[in-house]
Design a protein. Sequence first.
Lengths: 317, 845
Amino acid sequence: MTKYILQRILLMLMTLLIITCMCFILIRMLPLPELPIGDPRSVVIEKQREAFGYNKPYLVQFGIFLKNVFTKFNWGISDKLYFGQNVADIFVQKLPATIIVNLYSIILSIPLGIMLGIFAALKKNTWIDHTISTLTMVVISVPSFVYAFLIQYILCFKLGWFPLLMNSGTNYFSWDMFLSMVPAVLSLSFGVIAGFTRTTRAELTEVLTSEFMLLARTKGLTRRQATIRHALKNCMVVILPSIFGEFIGIMGGSLIIERIFSIPGVGALYLNSINAPDYNMFLLITVFYCVIGLLASIIVDISYGFIDPRIRMGSRK
Amino acid sequence: MKRIIKTLISVSLVVAMAITVVGCGKKTPDPLDGKDIVVYSGDYVYKDAVVQLSSNWNPHTYQTTDQSYPIDFITSGLYSFYYNDELHPIEGKKPYEGYVILPEMAASLPVDVTEQIKALDNNKYGIPEDITSGYAYTIDLNPDAVWENGTPITAETYVYSMKQLLDPKMNNYRASDYYQGTFTIANGAKYFFQGTTNCADTMGEIAFEDLVKGEDGNYYAKDGDPIYLAVDFALDWLQGDTLKTYVDYYGDASFSLKYWDELAAAADEDGLIPLNDDTYAKFSDVTTGNANWGETVADVCNYFVKKTVYEDNYSFDNVGIFASDTYQITLVFGKSLAGFNLLYNLSGNWIVYQPYYDELKTQIEGTDAWTTTYATSLKTTMSYGPYKMTAFQADKAMTFERNETWYGYKDGKHVFVDPEDPEHVYPMYQTTKIETQVVAEPADRKLMFLKGQLMGYGLQAEDFDEYRSSDYCYVTPSETIFFFIFNGYMDAIKNREANESFDQSKYDLETMTLTSFRKAVAVTYDKEALCSAVSPSRSGGYGLIGNSYLYDPETGSRYRDTEQAKKVLCDFYSVDVSKYDSLDDAVASITGYDPVVAKELYKQAFDEALAAGYITDNDKDGKCDQIISIEYASSAHSAFMEKTLNYLNEKMAEVLVGTPFEGKIQFAESAPLGDAWSDNIRNGLSDTVLGGWSGSALDPFSVTDCYANPSRQYDAKWFDSTKTQLTITIDGKELTTSLKNWSDALNGDTVTIDGKDYNFGDGMVDVNTRLDILAAIEGAVLQTYDYIPMLQDAGMSLLSQQVYYVIEDYNPVMGRGGITYLRYNYDEAAWAEYVASQEDGKLSY
């Protein structure tokens, strides 16, 4: 198992290197934003570009880039959005808000989604199942920013339960800050809840009709015991990977939600870095999302072995 | 020795000033007249929203208004503008009708010491010999001014800060504010550009006859700088292209190539060759040897480039700023500056906190360039204004609180009489805290405003019907006029028509270049109706220079109110003044909308386009076979854009009924072009846009540069302002020169007309002469019909019930008093109660 994990980590690092190299070269192949004539800052930017090897072959540029990242964690200087400032510093400032909002969303949506899915599966073909399934389809079909506007208008403006926007400051664990994050968390969660409800219901419905479930009941287990001990565990082989997949999905979805609720996070930064364009910032965030995706993938793969011992990690047979 | 001389002069200046002050001194009456200053209690929080938060408020590098936003709160200028009231009266003006300029970070008004400074070090600042005033001033500094941590701000702070500002290694964006233009510190450019060679396009301003031949056979400008010919050097009037680009593209179809290879080979790394008799003759042959290029020998001067070599290791001691005492600076200018303009330019400030600045500037690895993170975060900011920054979160929020070390809270001078309550004297800056946050969506801003969480809300198009008549609605005029720019760049149009995907049997682009067509478009739209339909806060625009421009800030006189400006409009809109009782009545009759005349003009345009072969009428039905497609350069698709284009097409269709173009003219939105929209317009790749220029509302004269300077003109590729001649009668004498020369002369440059030097800059001639020139230029540009004025810009916004303006009338200089004069109806606690007491907690406006 340890050997397998090490292999996967090495493979992940190699994949990350290849993706980073591809992104780096593709970004460097883009035409550089034209510098305003007569603006003395143009001289500074040109010299910065020179120092980062812009006039050299792409692989040499990539070498300079890797050296700066690994020796000084220097991802470059922002030449548009935050002129002259280190992009990594800005990125690190903005990371907590994104992570916290997404974490709250996951903490809320996964248990709720799984519970609703179980409930619907157990009440299959009853009005409860039909209601949950219909609502699930409606919620999945509507983009998250639509909920965002509805939540903002109804819960924040009409009912006044929450602030319209996320509070400023970095005291992320205060009650006021939590309250101000609730609308964004709800907006991000609806889709995820619906997704998990649907997946769990589908998997559980299938498992509940399996022969081993009949065996479990016949050997004297109650319906609840059989469901929890056998049915759910089998469902998790499908559900758990989607948890990590959803994490990435939520990070992507938060690009728009961050703008609507004025969350000073990485999502808005990503959009701005594309529009500016601020290539160093763009590359850093792209690599960040790659890392998240690869980590999620490796965790999913490793988790299979723990969930279902029949899946043997690294086995050649 | 230099230091001793400087010290002696400084001492003499101080003594001279002291004598002056003592001599002129008299006991001033108590301005408060026994009235007590009201003491505020409670919290007063100004809650603001911005679309984009500043990421840099360094006074040396900020660029945009977003970036300068914090500067207004955390800094103070040397002089400030205040309303005239009982405490600051102006003779002949009612309170709050005007303004006064008072010392702020300065202790008193500047003292002219030009004569004394001229005598310093053999006039090292280069003040002209015959000048006796307006070039050098001493300014006493306010000794109570300190940084927020209590560190005194002395003359050395100003000198250090200017040195950093002009430091060539720092490449500061704001440096040019101090080494060129109106406020030019003597020798500032020499310090900033030290050790470099600057190649400047002369824009045809220097004729061959004006040059001096050197001993080496090369030609030099009168100031001794060498002149070169631009072979492969980007020229403004070629919109950044080089002659070589054109020669490579057109070859012998447009140029004589006999000497071209020889000239191209001789060009240096800048693409220039020295100007001498031989190169002049050969170069002239290239550009004038083939008639297709359309130039004569007189045009060769358009390719002249002046090279200025700046001395290396230039000492800052030669730059026109020094500390003449602990609390006194001396400023020496490269150009004369006096009166209102001097004080206006000193209403800003350039100082930085030395310990932070020294610590935060860093050299960019592997280069000789430096950068700084000064004033980009809370930790790197040191305030010295009425407020200090107390919180900052990038792209989210910033907070300012009262800076208790600011002298203004204790000096008893920062007070005013509220016209609503003339019995009391109120301190300025009632606001105790300013909370600014990013709210990108207008819908969010509206909801927050209605919940009492914002102080203002700028109305969107969909809000006008509901709120335009509200008691809390304020219209704020803007100087910008939005005009249609019409494509006249025939080369680009022909290229587009030659494209395979362009079906010439169905569409046409050339007709829009006809003056008759543009005249027709100009009278097709009722401008006031257009505003009502798409942007009700704006009003109809009729000239190129907006209603807000003041030509005399001291009296508040507006350019648009002058006789000259009114006559321009009457001429352009063909209004017969003799038919009206007065010029004002004649101007009032202008609507710019005449569908009957428009129909006639469209008929005329049809005949001309047919004759020119732009369009066809194959079935001889008297109707155009093609659709005249006018591509509107859209920066981004928006509801406003859609509404505007729909309106334009709808009204155009109405007017075209019964004309040869019925159903045949359409505005089509381009793909979203972002910032590239202006390049598309300049290069003739898009055909029109509602564009405009904004500038200093106190200087209408500078606006001419936007229409007469090829590097700024939208229509430079099809309208040559350097060759378009304009005759204006000055002092009874008719003078003729190019439009660009008139514009330059109006803005302080000396130009030669009929062998005589003229300068019509501020203070050089009487203001009426300047107005005559300004009006003549405006008229000449309007007559090109490249620009068709449509909208006068203005903003409309709601003000929170929590606050009120002490004076509601908008003043171009003072606005409505800003944060300085803002008064509160409720403190925070009372406001929360008030909002909660409203139905659903929603305020009604």
